[in-house]
Design a protein around this ligand. Structure first.
Ligand code: 6R9
Length: 657
């Protein structure tokens, strides 16, 4: 079978588990039955077997004041003790917790014993700065070990952290610091990006020019670049942390004590401070990292490529793998520094066995070419994961073939900042995999798809709204300081019984769930519901297309019309004439979509562009493309990873037509 025939039959392919994988897998089929038979009993068992409690809990779930949940009521634990100290106490202090690789090639191997000392020193330092239980701490840092030390030190003290992604502006930083009333900010002088130091502290200085609650700023020296200094406020990490005692007595906190706040953008206005608590969150992070990522702490080298500034980094770099005592890789830089094979080089170097990344990265690697990963020994890889957006079958198959050696199972994991942990995903070694589908809720999670009237259905190929029907341990406990917004956003669309995830979904004939993108990304063309993700997937299945984004633009006759923005693969770019609209290729692509999905899905317009507008977490900002498609002035671009992308797209279009 050639690659092309493979691609066009992607939706008909499935992959049964390899018996050798199943034999060693943490996940087993009987977990589904156990969880279905006794939801709370199942989670109580996970909490007791995976987490060390200073005081056992009395009640598994208190849902009396729904939608405000309490899990493992009466239980007390210290999250940092669970992630660090207990592994040292169990005799695993010499195990590497983090293989850190700086962008410039500097490395550090941090064992669990090292981590225990570093977290203790950091906790003592924060205490000296006046941080106590209940105070909030902002963390504005790159992907370096001190970021993890700080998060765990906060957890140890019971001081909720608010990690703000290092790519956010001073303005975004100020809003978040103010909303959570942070007492201390931890930052660095800068970070290495694409071989150059890029400053971070100036954004903190700028954010703190406005009225703010911050008393101290703790600064790690990472790049050695000059920084402005405020004598009363700023403290160097190497002056304060290095002289602290390397032991610290951890106090247990209530199971429902807030662990962290993480801001995520809503459909409108102000970012939402999603907050998570301790016992339930840690239980689900540890459980999912064990059964979905199949992490075996004694033998695996796990690598989650997310930034710690996103929920994926919280749950699957810090809390899940460390609670399980895993060994992981942490990489500071970009995938193309100093060359496009950097990730594969790291897999070869550290013998990475489990890789967890995002479809946008996978499609970028497809664009760069198969020959790049082929130069490295990736034979250690035994499991692959995907998160963040639907993974189209072509990217799934490419990932399996070129990174997974045609043998590694792929887990496509659906979840959200709000859910705290993985919710819908195959269990590797158990589930027969269906490329492009996240498949079914994991054991302990319950989901349904509702129609417009809020009625659940199971018909195949009918599009509806994904809802979660039972409370789960890592669920958000609210929006920081705004309980009404929490109720309105998640628990009112279909009534108080259903958590409304905001995603469109459908079942296929086999009963597998396909996530179809945010509900606002589901189009209605002549009364037919079409998913942006489905059309994008069709476009990407064409051999000349590297990446595609689809939006529904308003149309007088059909309500909405399909507009597609397409990035060509390198070879196709070389063949093509001018960028922009027009040409045989556009016609070919329109026909291809019509052929793959049906004439109704045929895009009205296809625009060939050099780049797509993406947020820093890699999500395509369709709102901006919609502005282009509807000939409007382009809206706010401040949350784009690269704000010049929109002008590049527009120039290309006017230049090419
Ligand atoms: C973990 C994370 C959440 C939104 C979610 C959905 C999309 C995430 C997905 C997926 C399809 C997957 N999403 N994983 N869509 N398949 N495997 O990404 O959290 O940044 O809060 O985004 O991302 O639309 O609602 P967050």
């Amino acid at each position: 079978m050639t690659d092309d025939s493979l691609s066009s039959h992607a939706h008909e392919m499935d992959f049964a588990p390899d018996p050798a994988f199943s034999a060693q897998a943490n996940g087993t089929a009987d977990l589904y039955d156990a969880a279905a038979a006794d939801h709370e009993g199942f989670w109580a068992e996970q909490a007791r077997s995976r987490i060390t409690w200073a005081t056992d809990f009395e009640r598994t779930l208190d849902w009396d004041d729904a939608p405000f949940a309490k899990w493992f009521v009466g239980g007390r634990l210290n999250v940092a003790h669970n992630c660090v100290d207990r592994h040292v106490e169990a005799g695993n202090g010499d195990r590497v917790a983090i293989h850190f690789e700086g962008e410039g090639g500097d490395t550090r191997a941090i064992t669990y014993a090292d981590l225990q000392r570093e977290v203790a020193k950091t906790a003592n330092a924060l205490t000296e700065l006046g941080v106590t239980t209940g105070d909030t701490v902002a963390i504005y840092m790159p992907m370096i070990p001190e970021t993890v030390f700080t998060m765990l030190a906060c957890a140890r003290l019971g001081a909720p952290h608010s990690v703000i992604f290092g790519g956010f502006s001073a303005e975004a930083l100020h809003t978040r610091i103010d909303d959570a009333q942070c007492k201390v900010v931890v930052t660095t002088d800068g970070q290495f990006r694409r071989g150059k130091p890029s400053p971070l502290k100036p954004a903190v200085d700028e954010a703190l020019q406005y009225p703010n609650p911050v008393e101290k700023v703790l600064v790690v020296r990472r790049t050695g670049t000059d920084v402005a200094w405020s004598e009363d406020r700023d403290v160097w990490w190497h002056d304060l942390v290095e002289r602290q005692a390397d032991t610290h007595e951890a106090q247990p906190h209530d199971s429902e004590h807030p662990l962290f706040i993480l801001y995520t953008s809503g459909t409108t206005g102000k970012p939402k401070g999603i907050f998570h608590t301790s016992g339930g969150y840690l239980t689900q992070a540890a459980y999912t990292n064990a059964v979905v990522h199949d992490v075996h702490p004694e033998s695996d080298v796990y690598w989650c490529t997310a930034d710690v500034g996103w929920v994926t980094g919280h749950s699957y770099i810090v809390y899940g793998p460390l609670a399980n005592g895993a060994t992981q890789v942490m990489y500071e830089g970009t995938p193309d520094t100093p060359h496009q094979g950097r990730w594969w080089e790291l897999i070869e170097k550290y013998g990475v066995t489990v890789l967890y990344t995002a479809p946008t990265a996978i499609r970028t690697f497809m664009k760069w070419g198969d020959d790049i990963p082929a130069k490295f020994d990736l034979s250690s890889v035994r499991l692959l994961g995907s998160v963040g957006e639907p993974i189209n079958p072509e990217a799934w198959l490419w990932y399996r073939k070129h990174i997974g050696g045609d043998r590694a199972p792929i887990v496509d994991t659906w979840w959200q900042t709000e859910t705290g942990g993985i919710m819908i995903s195959p269990l590797p070694g158990v589930t027969t995999l269906e490329p492009g589908s996240a498949q079914r809720p994991i054991p302990g999670i319950a989901a349904e798809i509702l129609d417009d009237d809020g009625q659940p259905f199971t018909e195949a190929e009918k599009v509806g709204y994904l809802v979660l029907t039972k409370p789960w341990p890592a669920m958000l406990r609210g929006i920081w300081g705004d309980p009404e917004r929490y109720k309105d956003t998640y628990w009112s669309r279909f009534g108080p019984k259903y958590y409304f995830a905001g995603d469109g979904a459908k079942y296929d004939e086999k009963g597998n769930i396909w996530l179809l993108g945010r509900v606002d990304d589901v189009m209605n063309v002549s009364g037919h519901r079409l998913s942006t993700a489905e059309i994008e997937s069709a476009l990407v299945s064409h051999p000349k297309v590297a990446e595609a984004a689809v939006v529904g633009a308003s149309d007088e006759t059909t309500g909405q019309a399909v507009c597609a923005f397409v990035i060509l693969r390198q070879e196709a770019v070389e063949e093509a004439d001018e960028p922009g609209e027009g040409g045989d290729l556009v016609q070919e692509l329109r026909n291809h979509v019509a052929h793959e999905i049906g004439p109704i899905a045929k895009p009205r317009q296809i625009m060939i562009v050099p780049e797509l507008p993406k947020t820093r977490s890699g999500k395509i900002m369709r709102r901006l493309l919609k502005d282009v498609a509807e000939n409007r002035e382009v809206g706010d671009v401040t949350t784009l990873a690269d704000s010049s992308v929109m002008s590049m797209i527009q120039q290309g279009l006017t230049g090419g037509s």
